[in-house]
Write a protein that binds this ligand. Structure first.
Ligand code: NAP
Length: 251
């Protein structure tokens, strides 16, 4: 069974990694729905790919449920749920407010919980489904100045492992993709924060981030989309509960 015709919901599908996953899955014939808070970037990706663009905030279950209902009405039951929306503001630990900590968990961890919980039953009814999260190497190791993000992404890996155990008999697989640094708008914001905090130039900040990757380069969005495609294929039917590092050997 390929992903052709499968209704695939991708959160954060209006930019960066999510937009590339939308392109790759649409090219493979999936019926793609992309979600995010801002409509304009979603519309651009939709115009390019034929995906259905819907606004939703993954931190609010009601907002997400309303969008999913619209998506099901237009494209049928969800077969593949890619929890990709995320944000990685950086700050020294002593400056992290409780509100900022909770906000990071809300988008990076609870957002995954909301999407997967909202979609897994219809997958089980169909006897086939794929739950995929775009986590991070920050789910597998620590980095300085992004403690809430690391905590949330480690949580995503834990959620993945738990659900693989619990849902294995339902025909679902549950996996997390853990890329290293990728050149997207999220990375651009991190680099801005580093330059503001340290006085380093943009090039120096980029070099600092690349230094941790044994291949001395950023990961490509296409590499993440390719991994997602493979995890959703029948070739990966036995791969579940996995945290797939895409980091050139960093972790
Ligand atoms: P990005 O271009 O900033 O994309 C993030 C997307 O998430 C945006 O489309 C954003 O759209 C959406 N989003 C954020 N908060 C949301 C919310 N509350 N509800 C719904 N959508 C929301 O960054 P990216 O690099 O592609 O990030 C995608 C994923 O890859 C994230 O989970 C990130 O943690 C992960 N990742 C990134 C890197 C990296 O170096 N870039 C490395 C490893 C993992 P709106 O703002 O319109 O809502």
């Amino acid at each position: 069974m390929s992903i052709a015709g499968k209704h695939t919901v991708i959160t954060g599908g209006g930019s960066g990694v999510g937009a590339e996953i939308a392109r790759v899955f649409a090219a493979e014939g999936a019926k793609v729905t992309i979600l995010g808070r801002s409509y304009a970037p979603l519309k651009d990706v939709a115009d390019e790919t034929g995906a259905l663009p819907l606004t939703a905030d993954v931190t609010h279950r009601g907002s997400l449920d309303a969008a999913l209902d619209q998506a099901r009405e237009a494209q049928g039951a969800v077969a593949i749920a890619v929890a990709n929306a995320g944000a990685a503001p950086s700050a020294p630990f002593r400056k992290v407010t409780p509100e900022a900590f909770r906000a990071s968990l809300a988008v990076n961890l609870e957002g995954v919980f909301h999407l997967w919980q909202a979609c897994h039953e219809e997958m089980a009814e169909a006897g086939w489904g794929r739950l995929v999260a775009v986590a991070s190497t920050a789910g597998l190791k620590g980095y300085p100045y992004v403690a809430p993000y690391c905590a949330a992404k480690h949580g995503v890996v834990g959620l993945t492992r738990a659900l693989a155990q619990e849902l294995g008999r339902s025909g679902l697989t549950v996996n997390a993709i853990c890329p290293g640094f990728i050149d997207t708008p999220l990375l651009a914001r991190s680099i801005e924060a580093i330059t503001a905090m340290t006085g380093k130039t943009d090039a120096e900040a980029r070099a600092q981030l690349v230094a941790g990757n044994p291949q001395k380069r950023f990961v490509g969005t296409g590499e993440v989309a390719g991994a997602a495609l493979w995890l959703c294929s029948d070739a990966a039917a036995s791969v579940s509960g996995h945290a797939l590092s895409l980091s050139g050997g960093e972790v």
